[in-house]
Design a protein around this ligand. Structure first.
Ligand SMILES: [Zn+2]
Length: 140
């Protein structure tokens, strides 16, 4: 594995469970046991009812691109060698929206509503980042 020179996520006591899931190939989110609110990113309290009973759930890793941008130039220095790269907001099937990269595709073919699926990029021995690639809707 080559040295990873980009910023690493800050793993906290709260987010450790999420990143442990990523290492095992699972995209995790939370659901409020009191009101049913879907919660992402990881939180201590439900943003809808302020309840503390949030339980972890496993996503099927599928969703659709809500919106995206492709960076061709003027990237931050740490990401300059990656251009072009695609950054997107993804509406995940279970009802949460997350930001990630779209990978393994021709960026000219990206479009909103495109079905995508999660893949995990093991960037260090301890951290795997969830990214998304195009998927076929009939695979679901
Ligand atoms: Zn709640």
């Amino acid at each position: 594995m080559s040295e990873y020179n980009k910023p690493l996520p800050l793993v906290t006591e709260l987010s450790k469970h999420f990143y442990d899931g990523c290492k095992q190939g699972e995209l995790l989110y939370q659901k409020c046991d009191d009101c049913g609110q879907i919660v992402f990113y990881p939180k201590e309290l439900c943003p809808a009812c302020m309840g503390r009973r949030l339980s972890w759930r496993k996503s099927n890793g599928k969703g659709k691109i809500y919106t995206f941008t492709v960076t061709y130039d003027a990237a931050p220095p740490e990401f300059a060698t990656d251009v072009p790269y695609a950054l997107a907001l993804i509406d995940v099937d279970e009802g949460f929206r997350m930001m990630s990269n779209i990978v393994e595709c021709d960026f000219d073919k990206l479009r909103c509503e495109m079905p995508v699926e999660v893949v995990f990029d093991q960037i260090t021995p301890d951290i795997a980042l969830p990214k998304f690639r195009p998927s076929e809707p009939d695979e679901q």
